[in-house]
Write a protein that binds this ligand. Structure first.
Ligand code: NDP
Length: 451
């Protein structure tokens, strides 16, 4: 049978664009449909604008520190409109880069929503139908709000970049990556920031000691973190939003933001009718090669809800192309993924937490927490953490956890060693880079705990 294309990709985010480009470079005839902006969550409403906001929010502290270092400068005010204008221009530039990648590689694009009509047919919003030998669904995810009275008054991370002006006060609900990152950002920009998290400690699933330190430092810097607290109801009161919390408190905020998780974008794609299996959270169920229950349909990235990170979606996209177009069946590797949480302070992590490792085998824990030179000189009391989890049996470093300025940059490199299976002794025989914070990773001699 003759198809219009070898591959039709639905979704122009990081994963979809990468798969389309690599398949086209290999000689496949490829089309891609995107209903919104090219670049997807990461570029348009996630990682990229978020990180730029992190940078923006750190300057107030830097100016204070500069004074301690002898600079005669005064912090001025932060101009949200100026920043937002530059942010929009940068996102426009990046979106154009994504479009050009597709164009320059001969991928035909359709700026409209697409859904599946059958196992090999994609129907565009204008009714046009296109056939393809393979279809790749890479539609990502979206923020979800809990169902409670007044929830429509709250914003999500999608809206935060578009605020007309910065609120004087904000309540952020949730304790995951997004809630904790934006609590730091908004606090740094001078917004009076409160965070409610229903559990005992933010960043559930990460190393207890590391997330404990992040939370402590966030509080030190002025974020009003309420643990074991959730929102019960909210309503408009004048210009403000009145919120009742589970701890009985009633407060007024200018804005409320839900960062209570994300859901896969699998609705309305016609998947169920074709026999593509959807999981309990709406995620597309795929095998190790990203293939769905319908052999011609594959799915990658957040819509499959495996490990919801941009570089993972990109890897899944490349493995898909390798498998389907290069005759080389390749499973994306989901083991030992290093990741950073851009809280303030930042956390970088790879491998098992102390708690997970202890459940698995006898371990040694090497950890040190100290005041780093740069901040200590500036009179700050903040602490950093360098931590290694080591297997007693084979001496391998099972986990590395860093809470420090620049932890994201550090964990990328430590991640290589951990991925290679480095032992504690390999770390030890590496000469320290002095004076740095991360040199502690190679100079810790005595276990803090064993067990
Ligand atoms: P997460 O799933 O990480 O966190 C959701 C948070 O909301 C949890 O603290 C959860 O609590 C809480 N929550 C869920 N439902 C409710 C509810 N009904 N009421 C109150 N609280 C609730 O989602 P995020 O939105 O923070 O992030 C989504 C994903 O995006 C992440 O998992 C990550 O993969 C990715 N991401 C990665 C980033 C990075 O790499 N730096 C940055 C941003 C996002 P509980 O813990 O009790 O379940």
């Amino acid at each position: 049978m003759n198809f219009d294309y070898d591959l039709f990709v639905i979704g122009g985010g990081s994963g979809g664009v990468r798969a389309a480009r690599v398949a086209a470079q290999g000689g496949a005839k490829v089309a891609l449909a995107e209903e919104d902006r090219y670049g997807g969550t990461c570029v348009i409403r996630g990682c990229v604008p978020k990180k730029l906001m992190v940078f923006a929010s750190e300057y107030a502290g830097m100016v204070e520190d500069a004074q301690s270092y002898g600079w005669d400068i005064q912090p001025g005010g932060f101009n949200w409109e100026t920043f937002r204008g530059k942010l929009y221009a940068e996102l426009d530039r990046l979106e154009a880069v994504y479009r050009n990648i597709l164009k320059n590689n001969g991928v035909e694009t359709f700026d409209q929503r697409a859904k599946l009509a059958d196992a090999h047919t994609v129907e565009l919003a204008d009714g046009t139908r296109k056939t393809a030998k393979h279809v790749l669904v890479a539609t990502g995810g979206r923020p979800v709000k809990p169902d409670l009275p007044g929830a429509e008054l709250a914003i999500t991370s999608n809206d935060i970049f578009h605020l007309k002006k910065l609120p004087e006060s904000i309540l952020i609900i949730g304790g995951g990556y997004i809630a904790s990152e934006f609590a730091g950002i908004l606090n740094g920009l001078g917004v009076n920031t409160t965070q409610y998290y229903r559990g005992a400690q933010i960043l559930r699933g990460f190393d207890d000691e590391a997330r404990g330190l992040v939370c402590e430092e966030m509080c030190q810097r002025g974020v009003n973190v309420h643990l074991g607290t959730n929102i019960l109801e909210m309503r408009k009161e004048g210009d403000k939003i009145w919120v009742k919390a589970t701890n009985g408190e009633e407060n007024l905020f200018d804005q409320v933001m839900f960062a209570t998780g994300r859901a896969p974008n699998s609705d309305g794609l016609g998947l169920e009718n074709l026999g593509v299996e959807l999981g309990r959270r709406g995620q597309i169920v795929v095998d190790d090669y990203s293939q769905t229950a319908v052999p011609s349909i594959y799915a990658i990235g957040d819509v499959t809800d495996r490990v919801n990170l941009t570089p993972v979606a990109i890897r899944e996209g490349m493995a898909f192309v390798e498998t389907v177009f290069n005759g080389n069946p390749t499973k994306p590797d989901h083991e030992l993924i290093p990741t950073a949480i851009f809280t303030q302070p930042e956390m970088g992590t790879v491998g098992l937490s102390e708690e997970e490792a202890r459940d698995q085998e006898p371990i040694e824990v090497y950890a040190t927490s100290f005041k780093p030179m740069q901040q200590s000189f500036a009179g700050r009391s903040e602490r950093v953490l360098m931590k290694l989890i080591v297997s007693q049996e084979n001496r391998k470093v099972l986990g590395c956890h860093i809470v420090a300025p620049g932890a994201g940059e550090m964990i990328q490199l430590a991640g290589i060693a951990v991925k290679m299976g480095a032992t504690k002794e390999d770390f030890d025989r590496t000469v320290a880079v002095h004076p740095t914070m991360s040199e502690e990773l190679v100079t810790m001699k005595t276990p803090t705990r064993t067990g």
